[in-house]
Design a protein around this ligand. Structure first.
Ligand code: PLP
Length: 443
């Protein structure tokens, strides 16, 4: 009202939308992982690697809907596939040829993804894979790595943001720390937490708990664990424990599938029983999937009598998602993967050269088309070393805000994902602005 009376300068349309949303949505935004003060810009539309907000500002999008948009926004082949699919109807409660085609496309990329069942989110995929491992093993406990995000399913949502005050248990192992208030004690008792970069400790924990575990869940290039590669020694310890104790290995590729034509497991020599997928395989529509060799996926086989584990859902393998996902993967062939990964390497080289020239204690890490900014001079190897110190934690939101003011959207912790519409020109723009924004921010 003050505005209408001309008493204050007009506020932006995004600010007004945020005020309006706060009345009907707790916290004033559905996107809690991309909320930042005073409020995010509200998106109106997307064009390739650009978002146009409701105030008409063009923003270069490096957040790409939590890294799920490998082709950016309104990618013409996806729009065409969706337009054709939607005119045929949106959901049938019957199988469609679209789900066969997308499952075949995954199998053609990696023989270990021979069979697939689709669901609607990465969270659901993790939940289903863990249930599958329980059904197959007859055990119910699971192990996961400290600081690794696998969606918001109870057993995976522990030890995400533990702090020095609570991160060790009495034996000096990573403690199982609840993230959500109200996490049932049984969840904590049934979840074993492993260190991301300490093979000896990992081996000792698995020797103790291995025979009780249905599954070990891992992401070998986990964002919260610093977007650094899990050491080969840890991978070997995990594979060994799985073979020794009959534990199923679940590799979470919801984010990292984009890094290789057949996903990320081959590069790490991982031999998963289940691979959880999501994000880019849905072409921008809600998606999740569990894939694996036929021997492991048999636990979900409902054609041969009652399934050991049911994996279905009202909107699973939705025809629109299947059409968009197939277009997304078809246009993300081996050459496109290699090109996008090379653009990521070029970005890191350019930014790190800028930091080095200025003598700044900062580094752009990550792999392929995924990147994350680290402040400080210490070596990042896991969640604990990646966790920003207090001064860094205060500086990152300011760098994020400076980037947004300069027209580049990162995630609030200053990580990002590239998309295929980007060229060297966008890489240069992101790099130059990231170097400037970081150097201009006091840590
Ligand atoms: N696994 C990883 C590694 C993720 O990063 C995410 C989401 O960001 C998930 C699982 C959960 O996926 P969704 O948000 O689709 O539930």
């Amino acid at each position: 009202r003050a505005n209408e009376a001309g008493l204050e300068p007009p506020i932006s349309r995004s600010a007004a939308a945020f005020l309006r949303e706060q009345a009907v949505v707790p916290g004033g935004s559905m996107r809690h992982a991309s909320w930042f003060p005073p409020h995010p810009p509200y998106a109106a539309r997307g064009e390739g690697c650009w978002i146009v907000d409701i105030d008409g500002r063009r923003i270069l999008d490096c957040a790409n809907n939590f890294f799920s948009l490998v082709h950016g926004h309104a990618f013409p082949p996806i729009v065409e596939a969706l337009t054709a699919a939607i005119s045929r109807g949106t959901a049938f409660g019957l199988p469609t040829e679209g789900e066969i085609a997308l499952a075949e496309a995954l199998a053609a990329r990696n023989p270990n993804l021979a069979q697939t069942r689709f669901c609607n989110s990465g969270t659901e995929a993790l939940l289903a894979a863990v249930k599958g491992a329980r059904g197959a093993s007859g055990r119910h406990r699971v192990a996961k790595f400290e600081g690794c995000y696998h969606g918001s399913y109870d057993h995976m949502e522990v030890s995400l943001e533990s702090t020095p005050e609570n991160w060790d248990d009495a034996e000096g192992n990573p403690a199982c720390v609840p993230y959500a208030k109200g996490t049932p004690p049984a969840v904590l008792a049934d979840t074993v937490v492993l260190p991301y970069a300490d093979a000896d400790r990992c081996a000792a924990i698995l020797r103790k708990h291995g025979p009780t575990l249905a599954a070990i869940v891992l992401d070998p290039h986990a964002s919260k664990a610093g977007m650094v590669a899990m050491p080969a020694e840890v991978v070997a310890v995990v594979q060994e424990a799985c073979a020794r104790d009959g534990i199923l290995l679940i590799v979470d590729e919801v984010v990292n599938f984009r890094l290789g034509f057949g996903g990320i497991s081959p590069a790490f020599g991982l031999r998963p029983d289940f691979v959880t997928l999501g994000k880019i395989i849905g072409g921008g529509l809600p998606v999740g999937a569990v894939s694996g060799p036929a021997s492991a996926m048999a636990v979900f086989d409902h054609a041969k009598g009652k399934p050991k584990v049911a994996l279905g859902g009202t909107f699973s393998a939705n025809p629109l998602t299947m059409a968009a996902g197939l277009a997304s993967l078809t246009h993300y062939d081996a050459a496109a993967v290699a090109r996008l990964n090379a653009l990521g390497d070029a970005l890191r080289t350019r930014v790190n050269a800028g930091f080095a020239a200025a003598g700044a204690a900062a580094r752009l890490g990550g792999m392929g088309s995924l990147f994350r900014l680290h402040l400080g001079a210490r070596k990042v190897v896991d969640y604990r070393s990646a966790r920003p110190l207090p001064a860094e934690a205060a500086a990152l939101p300011r760098i994020h805000a400076a980037m947004l003011a300069a027209g580049v959207l990162l995630t609030p912790n200053c990580s990002g994902a590239l998309s295929t519409p980007m060229t060297e020109a966008e890489i240069a723009l992101i790099a130059d602005r990231l170097v400037q924004s970081t150097l201009a921010t006091e840590v």
